[in-house]
Design a protein around this ligand. Sequence first.
Ligand SMILES: [Zn+2]
Length: 490
Amino acid sequence: MKKFYITTAIDYVNGDPHIGHAYEKILADVLARWHYLKGDDVFFLTGTDDNAQKNQEAAKKAGKNTKEFIDENAKKFEELCNDLNIKYNYFIRTTESRHEKVSKEIFKIVYDKREIYKGSYEGLYCTGCEAFLTERELVDGKCPEHDEKPKKLKEESYFFKLSKYRNELIKLIESKDFLLPKEKKNEILSRLKDEELKDLSVSRINKEWGIKTPIDNNHVIYVWFDALINYVSGLDYPNGKNYKKYWPADVHLIGKGINWFHSVIWPAMLISSGIKLPKTILVHGYLTVNGNKIGKSLGNVVSPKFFIDKYGVDQLRYYLIREIPFGQDGDVSEEVLKNRTNNELANELGNLVSRVLTLTDKYFNGKIKGSIFNKELKTKLNLKKIESHIDKFELHNAISEIFKFISECNKYVNKEKLWELEGKKLEKHLYNLLESLRIISILIYPFIPNTSEKINTQLNVKQGLLKDCKFRLIKSYSTKKGEILFKKIK
Ligand SMILES: [Zn+2]
């Protein structure tokens, strides 16, 4: 059995989750569920970054104790995963003791290798990014990511010899499939090639919040150094059963704003500490809402809960995956969500299920025998193409290809004028359509799992895997017609 280990970024818990968080989790969930369909042994890790200084600042602002504040917020992120029907294996929090232990351990390994040394740092620090920025990165003196002026900071700090890894990193990033998509790879490569790679400050003086360095009690581990380690601590590095089974990660799914940390800093940390490198860093774009960037720091938060409650979770999942080409930025528009729900989910998929199940129910009492098979529908399904889209992480193309098949099934119903037929003739067509629906319900499972389940219930079959996506697998049906799948939105 092949293994598949996928992670999302871990979220800062300085505020409520927004639609951008939801988007990343949905993308990861689609990939995780797809690999489940392939029969792989999947481990899916998500969670929260509790140790960031900006969590501490947000707690102060809210007049709350830091630990209580982040516990409350972390819970909202976990609830979001459940609301979105995210099938994660573990929700990690970086305040967990096992994570602290592993962070210290890895820091110590790198220190003992003499690749962490003491120095002092003076620079412009953006707490939004939790990083020092160069003058060049600023726009009008502000961090472009957070629209905030960075603070001047000068302090004693421990440094990681990141500079030493420059050539190795260039080679790594140039290698096939390490960093995707291509535009995101080129951005990092040109920065590595054109700019000097400086050593990284990996500690902060902070007595109140964060993980103490194992070598100096006045310093906590720089939050990025600690956060990245969640990907191995969540598997119980170095001796845990899960670590041995699942590491290295197959996919680290991240937003474009933290690409540098994942494709430069993280690999260097791993090489230095003698840990195997992840296979692919996969970068998705950002969402805007009506053209405006979403961000806690910017204030125009859009709650995923709003969309889930108003439209339904599968409607939101479908819309986000289908609408936004993977890797690109996308704009969230309620109008388009409504149109896609009505035209694609209700009119195409919902309608097909309803037509086939109604006829089966009305004329055959739900009982259909599959004596005659005709190849017509089978030829309309391009499974290879769907798989190849997913292998290239083109999830939007994969779902679109699946819906092409759904649309072909509807055309088939129209062409054969099923409502005018009866007896054996009708039974033959319905059998082929029921087999098509069963295959459709497998293929849509990663994208809209609730709907897949509802179709299975109506077909009265068990959830299948990709290997079951072939016609004539089930010889007879005894269906249970249910409610319509999607209500149209006015
Ligand atoms: Zn910033």
